[in-house]
Ligand binder design. Sequence first.
Ligand SMILES: [Zn+2]
Ligand SMILES: [Zn+2]
Length: 328
Amino acid sequence: MADRTDDAMGEVSAGYQPAVPLAVAPLFERPPRLLGALRFFAWKQFWPGGATWIAAAWLAWHYLTPELASMASFRPGWIAAIWLRNAVLLSLLAGGLHWLLYRRRAQGHESKFTDRWPGDAARFTFGNQNLDNAFWSVASGVTVSTLFEVVGWWLLANGHTPMRTFAEDWAYLSVLCLGVFAWGNVHFYLTHRLLHVRGLYEVAHSLHHRNLNTGPWSGLAMHPIEHLLYLSGPVLLWVVPGHPVLHLTLLFFRMLAPALTHAGFERVRLGSRASFLAGDYFHHLHHRYFECNYGNTLVPLDKPFGTLHDGTPEAHVAMQARRRASGR
Ligand SMILES: [Zn+2]
Ligand SMILES: [Zn+2]
């Protein structure tokens, strides 16, 4: 039973399901509960996820990024160093999670969203899901992310984008930090909706959706066209005055977080006592059913647009009715 694979079966089977209905920020309630939405957003976004990306960005800016002055002109040396840093960070996170959860199977099926394991299938590049996912993530994902990062540094180094410092503008930068995450979520919803438009879906986004049963490497396994859209969020900071740590926070939020949200397990156990939240069941339902949950629970734009699936049987019936009405 444990060795059956979704890919061999060509379908997804149910496994662990968190408590439903899945909680979403009460942003689009009537009347709107703005304070509640802000509290939900602040808590779920920043602990521990957002705080981790901010800490990683701070470390990377101080220890793993060339001097800003040296990035005033495009040179292969520093660009290659940034590509390598990004490839190593993604490989450590996605590769580490894959090794723990899928090679060692350290926690078995505990909190795994499906009861089957990913496997080989002809639809994947190289006929293997993991190789396919790692290839597209590094060859295209890391490269496109590096491209956006490099242009951001060049703009800052040449003064084309004004820079603020935490010493002088901490209040402004703190609010901007909140805005950066909110923007990241809205941008994800908008670009994701666009990628499901007929034509663009077949050419680009279908590559990501080959993954019915996702793993850590699936998160950034996308077509280069999708990478150009999905990873373009940091362009916001090309025009809005910010700080290098915020640039990297937004870049890492885009590039690294999907390894966690696609891990396929809600919680990753480290030994018998420690664990942390990883997989996103809300997005798992999107991979399972395609036509729901284009965004996330933090800025739940699926609600006003009528595509929210909160995991309940009622939401499932409503989704099926929507499908019938649209002739699918
Ligand atoms: Zn996905
Ligand atoms: Zn999609």
